[in-house]
Design a protein around this ligand. Sequence first.
Ligand SMILES: NC(=O)c1ccc[n+]([C@@H]2O[C@H](COP(=O)([O-])OP(=O)(O)OC[C@H]3O[C@@H](n4cnc5c(N)ncnc54)[C@H](O)[C@@H]3O)[C@@H](O)[C@H]2O)c1
Ligand SMILES: [Zn+2]
Ligand SMILES: [Zn+2]
Length: 355
Amino acid sequence: METMTGATLPGNSTVEFKQYPVPVPGHGEVLIRTKSSTICGSDIRAIYREHVGKGPEGYQGVIAGHEPCGIIERVGPGCRRFAEGDRVIVYHISGCGVCNDCRRGYMISCTSPTYRRAYGWQRDGGMAPFILAEEKDLVLLPGALTYTDGAQVACGFGTVYEGLEKIGVSGNDAVLVTGLGPVGLASLMLARALGASMLIGTDLVPERLEIARELGLADHVLPAGPRTVDVVRELTGGHGVERAVDCSGADAARQTAIRATRKWGKIVFLGEGGAVSFNPSPDIIHEQKTIYGSWVTNIWRMEELVERLVRWDIHPERLVTHRFALENADDAYALMAEGKCGKVAVVFDEELTRD
Ligand SMILES: NC(=O)c1ccc[n+]([C@@H]2O[C@H](COP(=O)([O-])OP(=O)(O)OC[C@H]3O[C@@H](n4cnc5c(N)ncnc54)[C@H](O)[C@@H]3O)[C@@H](O)[C@H]2O)c1
Ligand SMILES: [Zn+2]
Ligand SMILES: [Zn+2]
């Protein structure tokens, strides 16, 4: 039997390597040779430091990594669309396929307690040389995109695109992004592509502000603090931004996103966990503002996103500041946990030698 090494996260800020048989695809399944597997803030928040996730975020000790991209090595019987040699992104949650949410393409919120299993959470994910996936969870990766571009679509860029579509972003809008981790940086990139006429980003960590500046992703990059709301107002004629995206999950940043948004504006919360306190009457009701919550995306929107990325000539891999081989995955997670980085990728084969 062929075996492979996979990385798991025991929940004490370390990575544990284990041996697994290389899976054999069954009916409707494919075996993917992993090429790139990026690390998400959720991996750190809910699994790496401590297993704090519950329900859909409950980690079951499986091979980690919910942002995988690779090439199909073998197809099982009964596959209908994908074939050996297809380059694919894995939509990172496998749903039952027949509940209302799955039928809308939002397998993320599949209601089946038995069949909803996310890659890297409840079923084996991308931190191994091969992944067993269901054909229905795949999105074809266009030739113009790299595997590391694709890996980031699997969670981060898909999530951001959905959030921006919910609030609607166009050339009418100044957009504030709070939290400049990979999700926040992706929000700046996609908001610019959608036509936003002014982009403002804010974070507490100087290294993250520097990445946003260096990549030219924002018109204004602001250290987060008690004056942030005032500065955003000053930059926008005293009114505030039309749209805000919170990508921090932090109370203070969520408050900034709400208060720096002008009358009639829209705010979307992407950052997870924690709490937020605000004063409904002055902060939203009397100002006619709307706050949206948004969880990942649906699979058809993910297909549309990869098409748009090619048309816009945008490469998510620009956000990757560090690449690691699988055997150095412990360094990759430690770096992401420290937060002094852009996106961190674990890569294989030809993706190792790309810079
Ligand atoms: N809604 C979804 O479907 C979805 C999908 C993917 C990730 N997420 C969540 O999105 C968030 C961002 O993900 P990421 O990978 O970029 O994580 P990350 O932890 O790397 O980024 C969060 C950033 O917020 C910054 N921050 C913290 N407090 C702040 C404050 N008061 N003001 C400004 N910035 C502040 C941090 O310094 C950090 O740079 C996480 O909470 C993650 O779990 C949500
Ligand atoms: Zn994620
Ligand atoms: Zn379902």
